[in-house]
Design a protein around this ligand. Structure first.
Ligand SMILES: Nc1ncnc2c1ncn2[C@@H]1O[C@H](COP(=O)(O)OP(=O)(O)OP(=O)(O)O)[C@@H](O)[C@H]1O
Ligand SMILES: Nc1ncnc2c1ncn2[C@@H]1O[C@H](COP(=O)(O)OP(=O)(O)OP(=O)(O)O)[C@@H](O)[C@H]1O
Ligand SMILES: [Mg+2]
Ligand SMILES: [Mg+2]
Lengths: 270, 270
């Protein structure tokens, strides 16, 4: 079971958009190639946007979410997780472990829980025979929930925008990953950096993309296909549809599919 | 002393861009009208982007920041605050109380501090005779630091984008403000909602703006002037300059100046 965590503490850089597109894209591409394609999307953000887009669920008062898994007794967590998983409205082979506003309170409670970091990793073992891939969306901050998401992952992908405020924080994220690997002794690796919301008409963005491509460390990690800024994404979100459902010939859909393909290659190659 | 807090738990919606533009715009407009124009910008975000843009400071390891004020003994906090304030590189009448990565640790520590919510509000009293306006930038989450920022404010402005994920969370922010007023018994009010990064070529965004304008509660709170999406903002940030310094005839500069004018009117009228 491969677990891909999308993370970046900068806000609004397309973590959720990438997480839901990757989750659905994995099902479609793997199914097309007759490979195992049962995917679980895990939402660790109290804003629960990944949950909203893939299930339409807006009952903000409902506590049933990943939060309950994290506060359950460790021996019960796997059973709780299985009970809370919901089907998506996008595909029968895409399921969702929902986020909810209750996660804010859970994040605070985890302060007293010394074993907090491995809670999701361990709970996911109970469904290792039911899913082939897991995709984990995170909140825009280095919170305990984000640590939990990173520790539960085998692979991390960092979506990045090609603008000043979005580029200066990348090193901190890379150091956070190294930190997590060391502190919690888990083999999670940085599998790639994905440029998103890329507007190639803007000289500054083209220059930043080139700077990344030439960088000795970032360069080799960059995915080939930057995800272009594309109004189809806004419309897909508005309809609570995946970009592949809304318009699979849009530039964003084609770019995300190329990314999914390259990610699968990198993951299966390692 | 009027204190304006920019807040929205959604990431990347222009909180920082609005905070720094407002801070500099206040100095320029008030000075031009021979009104008191000493402004203090307070950065409550561990990413410290407002600090970076207005001071050029990137020494991420430095702990000197708002964090020290919040953990100081209450009787010492005012003196600590005064010692930590830095001049901006933008204008002699714009000063900055910097943020830093240390704020993440401070946010966690505040869990044990029952009086945490009023720490900034009280510390700011020690500089009430030195500044006429305070602008407070916040992180993309309802953390203790965000609560501290709201409690320290007289006025709250919510920057909003006109897209699906950005619109569904607005009600939660409004409820959070009501929550803060009640829990901490402070008179902070929602002074307005500012549409930002507005792309009027996108039908969906025009429709969302109209929906807001017609909404019985949101409508009256909307500022007249939506801030348009404008590449000048990306270039201004890249140069660590204010939009007024970079290109005061850009559509974003003119829109932000109109916003500053309308905000001053609303604040002084109340
Ligand atoms: N390729 C794209 N083209 C156009 N708009 C996009 C694209 N990718 C994302 N967006 C839009 O950008 C906004 C932010 O995206 P998203 O919510 O996925 O980011 P995020 O990193 O998850 O944000 P947060 O930090 O708040 O969790 C959304 O309105 C989304 O519709
Ligand atoms: N009017 C605008 N036109 C074009 N780009 C803009 C505009 N306003 C903001 N941006 C860009 O959008 C991105 C996000 O803006 P900003 O960092 O100010 O948002 P934020 O809400 O403070 O983000 P965070 O939640 O991470 O703190 C930045 O790259 C900024 O340059
Ligand atoms: Mg998100
Ligand atoms: Mg910001």
């Amino acid at each position: 079971m491969h677990s891909i965590c999308l993370t970046n503490n900068k806000g609004g850089v397309g973590k959720t958009t990438t997480a839901v597109s990757l989750a659905h894209g994995l099902v479609l591409l793997l199914r097309h190639n007759n490979l195992p394609h049962r995917v679980l999307l895990v939402d660790t953000d109290s804003q629960a946007h990944a949950t909203l887009l893939t299930t339409g669920r807006r009952e903000w008062e409902r506590a049933e979410s990943l939060g309950e898994v994290l506060v359950a007794r460790p021996s019960r967590a796997g059973a709780v997780l299985q009970r809370l998983i919901m089907p998506s409205t996008w595909d029968e082979d895409l399921h969702v472990l929902p986020g909810s506003p209750a996660l804010d309170g859970v994040n605070a409670r985890l302060a007293e829980d010394h074993g907090f970091a491995v809670r999701l990793r361990h709970a996911l073992r109970s469904v290792a025979d039911q899913y082939d891939w897991v995709v984990i969306d995170t909140m825009p901050s280095f919170s305990r929930l984000t640590t939990i998401a990173m520790v539960a992952a085998t692979d991390i992908v960092i979506p990045v925008e090609l603008r000043f405020l979005e580029t200066i924080g990348l090193q901190a994220i890379i150091e956070k990953i190294a930190d997590v690997r060391q502190t919690w002794e888990v083999p999670v690796r940085l599998t790639g950096i994905l440029p998103v919301k890329y507007d190639q008409r803007v000289t500054l963005e083209r220059e930043n993309l080139e700077l990344y491509a030439e960088h000795p460390f970032y360069g080799p990690h960059l995915f080939q296909q930057a995800i272009p800024i594309n109004v189809a994404i806004s419309y897909a979100h508005d309809a609570c549809e995946s970009i592949f459902m809304y318009d699979d010939r849009s530039t964003a859909a084609r770019a995300y599919m190329a990314f999914v393909r390259e990610l699968i290659e990198r993951v299966l190659a390692s």
